[in-house]
Ligand binder design. Structure first.
Ligand code: 2HG
Ligand code: ZN
Length: 450
């Protein structure tokens, strides 16, 4: 079997040395690990098809992997599956300056896509803290969200078409990038968020968005969750060219400042903070100042318009993940709440966690503009599911989604039925059987165990 794989990708690209393979077996959450039987590193779509042909012949299960920045165990093996690393498919081609599109190889990073877009006067709609490692393919497989969903939508909204090798062994390619193209089923849309269970995306036609050179970033301090959430709702309606609307609490801020040696943004601490970014063709600071003034609920403000200071304010939010990792391996519960229950959820969830596990510490932050809260819980053993169960039960009771932007992976698999009916799950299985009839593609994620 190794010989057949070597014939496809070359000897150097079948990694069996356990020390080298180990780094592919732990994801960014650090909670999910596994030992790949080998790591296969194809160079192009034809080689991906060749690898999957071998996997089909030998009934080998395979986990497609991009930058390995997933947080739900969706890109690491459970049971000795092969890792199919797409990182070598990193070319960016067919950049269309006039039309604002490009074709990204699955292994190109989000930072590479952004640079290629900027080089022709455009920008990419997806941005996330893991931009230097997260790949186009991985973000498509998970339908990644990130910091600008509010303005441009999730990854699915950026993808005009894909090239992919399906579990059937068939290669499909639809990369013309026509804005209007109602010619049947939306395979690209289906593969977005399919977590490598239906096919392996090898390239994607991505739409770009206009550059917005005038940036204003404001960090706003609040005294209560109600005040911050009400302001968020107001800002979504009134702030022009709003691009991000993020929330974090003082315990997270204090940790970030401590771990990274950053100065506190305000002379005193406040219970919670919103970070607001506007990005425009014109200076929007005067309008933002007026809106902040008129809310009457903002206790303090720090504003930046130059890149260095904007990035400085962003650090307080973006570095939460890394900072929390220094406390312990967190349970990550990435959830969305309906607006009407967001305040209740944020205020209730720490008690729910404490009741489930008195040793647990809850860290809350996220993308309030999308109703998306990242509940991180430290002080709990990685395989203790009690806290997860309690938080997801609360989310479901309040009409929310148990996965806002990270996917189902291994982490949420037992609770998919909280959000999806029997009929929907049966339809998912029918799609899986049609596109991956041998069940070789990422068999241990997303769909519940029978
Ligand atoms: C973010 O918004 C990422 O920073 C990671 O989605 C969230 O670490 C997390 O829980
Ligand atoms: Zn996020």
């Amino acid at each position: 079997m190794a010989k057949s794989l070597m014939e496809v990708v070359g000897e150097d690209h079948v990694v069996i040395d356990p020390d080298v393979a180990a780094s592919y077996g732990i994801d960014w959450s650090r909670r999910y690990t596994g030992t790949p039987s080998a790591v296969i590193r194809p160079a192009d779509t034809a080689q991906v098809a060749g690898v999957l042909a071998v996997c089909r012949d030998f009934s080998l299960a395979v986990v497609p992997q991009g930058g390995n920045t997933g947080l739900v165990g969706g890109g690491v093996p459970v049971d000795g599956e092969l890792i199919l690393s797409l990182r070598r498919l990193s070319s960016i081609t067919d950049v269309d300056q006039a039309g604002g599109q490009l074709t990204a190889g699955a292994g190109s990073t989000i930072a590479d896509v952004c640079s290629a877009a900027a080089a022709v006067g455009w920008s990419y709609g997806i941005d996330l803290a893991s931009r230097d490692s997260a790949t186009a393919g991985g973000t498509i497989a998970t339908n990644a969200g990130g910091l600008r969903v509010l303005r441009y939508g999730p990854t699915r909204s950026q993808v005009m078409g894909v090239e992919a090798v399906l579990g059937t062994g068939v290669t499909v390619s639809h990369l013309a990038g026509l804005t209007k193209d109602n010619t049947g089923y939306d395979l690209a849309g289906l593969l977005c968020g399919s977590e490598g269970t239906l096919g392996v995306v090898t390239a994607a036609r991505l739409r770009l968005v206009p550059e917005s050179p005038e940036r204003v970033v404001a960090l706003l301090a609040f005294s209560s969750v109600t005040a911050a959430v009400s302001a968020s709702l107001e800002f979504r309606r009134t702030v022009p060219d709003l691009r991000s609307l993020e929330l974090f609490f003082d315990d997270g801020l204090a940790l970030v400042c401590d771990v990274f040696g950053l100065p506190r943004p305000f002379p005193k601490a406040y219970p919670l903070y919103l970070l607001v970014e506007m990005a425009s063709q014109i200076d929007r600071l005067p309008e933002l100042s007026e809106i902040i003034e008129s809310t009457g609920a903002v206790d303090d403000v720090a504003v930046a318009t130059d890149t260095a200071r904007c990035d400085g304010l962003w650090q307080y939010r973006e570095r939460h993940t890394e900072a929390i990792n220094t406390v312990g391996t967190p349970h990550k519960l990435d959830v969305t709440l309906p607006w009407s229950h967001l305040v209740e959820f944020i205020e209730t969830v720490p008690n729910v966690v404490r009741t489930a596990n008195p040793h647990a510490t809850t860290w809350l932050f996220g993308h309030t503009g999308d109703g998306n809260v990242h509940v991180n819980v430290t002080g709990v053993e990685p395989d203790d599911l009690n806290v997860d169960e309690h938080v997801m039960t609360l989310v479901a009771q309040l009409g929310g989604s148990i996965s806002a932007e990270h996917g189902i992976g291994r982490a949420k698999r037992p609770w998919l039925h909280f959000n999806r009916s029997k009929e929907e799950i049966a339809t998912f299985r029918a799609i899986k059987n049609a596109l991956d009839p041998l069940g070789i593609l990422n068999p241990n994620v997303l769909l519940p165990v029978h």
